[in-house]
Design a protein around this ligand. Structure first.
Ligand SMILES: Nc1nc2c(c(=O)[nH]1)N[C@@H](CN(C=O)c1ccc(C(=O)N[C@@H](CCC(=O)O)C(=O)O)cc1)CN2
Ligand SMILES: [Mg+2]
Length: 303
């Protein structure tokens, strides 16, 4: 009998199921919070302009925030709003004790500085984890900051298939502040050897072929091909692109799923993989921010 190549279909990681579990845990935590303090955690969501994808994500965030028993405050602002007026709204939310989390949906219109807006959010209310203070804490290995939701979701999914990631070789494709860089910091904190590839990397496939873990956040549909992946590797696909096909629009990830799945040990699908974890982690961060705010008050209150 001739030897057959050892091809085992990958475990498909059900992000939706993991997101539902995390959301259940948050819902229970919110109930305990309300019982203890007599009011719910509050999340303010700011959307600027009419980006259709943002409208869907914001609507989902509001719905899911309320579904776990938290209070949601939505601000939908015109695309023409000035940066100063937006900063003013953020300042008011920073000062509002009933608001524990604040997020500004990205992308922002071109006339507004993303960094100026994100850094205006009080770091302890920055439930996206994008403020430079939270990014800095993560980068230096501190655990007391708020962690960006998508990379946190990726890590939870990775650990659902392999508890101990120490010593593994991880390759992150994409160096954005929202996914790639914080993902690299989280993997480093888990004990991985981490390579971050980006637009200027000469041969990305050469890097991924060595990897036990590949996290792809490139925004380039189907970038990662079957022969980029070493047998048994864990593959996390953060990409979401809308592709026009003769059958209509379809959502595609950055990984050519049908080619990669036969080689991978485990792989996330798109849709239904990382995406649902992003909002579940946002709710988790909001509860955590509310708990920290209350603990801070108790510490600071007179005996
Ligand atoms: N302030 C922020 N802005 C943006 C973030 C963010 O975390 N904070 N991330 C993305 C958008 N995003 C949440 O805001 C987000 C993207 C995708 C999903 C999701 O569940 N995707 C589904 C597919 C849904 C579809 O498009 O049809 C999936 O992958 O299964 C949730 C949240 C950019 N902006
Ligand atoms: Mg396999």
């Amino acid at each position: 009998m001739s030897a057959q190549p050892s091809i085992h279909p990958a475990q498909v990681i059900a992000g939706k199921v993991h997101a539902a579990h995390l959301t259940d845990t948050t819902r229970a935590g919110v109930a305990r919070f309300v019982e203890t303090h007599g009011f719910p955690p509050g999340l303010a969501v700011i959307q600027v302009g009419e980006n259709p994808a943002s409208t869907i994500y914001v609507r989902n965030k509001v719905r899911k925030t309320e579904a776990v028993g938290m209070r949601s405050v939505a601000h939908h602002l015109p695309a023409s709003i000035s940066q100063a007026a937006l900063l003013d709204i953020i300042a008011r939310l920073n000062a509002d004790p009933s608001v524990h989390g604040i997020l500004v949906q990205l992308p922002l219109p071109a006339h507004i500085s993303r960094d100026a807006v994100l850094d205006a959010i009080a770091p302890e209310k920055d439930v996206d984890g994008f403020h430079v203070a939270n990014a800095g804490k993560l980068a230096v290995g501190r655990r007391d900051g708020l962690i960006p939701c998508t990379p946190m979701g990726c890590l939870i999914l990775l650990k659902s298939v392999r508890k101990n990631l120490a010593g593994l070789h991880a390759v992150v494709i994409g160096a954005s502040n929202i996914v790639g860089r914080p993902m690299a910091s989280l993997l480093l904190a888990e004990g991985c050897t981490v390579v971050v590839t980006h637009l200027k990397t000469r041969n990305v496939a050469e890097e991924t072929r060595r990897a036990d873990i590949v996290v792809v956040a490139a925004g380039h549909a189907g970038l990662v091909r079957g022969d980029w992946i070493r047998p048994g590797a864990l593959v996390i696909d953060v990409g979401i692109s809308r592709i026009e096909t003769p059958q209509g629009t379809r959502i595609a990830g950055d990984v050519a799923f049908d080619e990669v799945a036969p080689h991978a040990g485990a792989i996330t699908p798109v849709p239904g993989g990382v995406g649902p974890m992003t909002i579940a982690c946002l709710l988790h961060n909001t509860l955590r921010a509310a708990q920290s705010a209350q603990a801070g008050k108790q510490k600071g209150s007179p005996p």
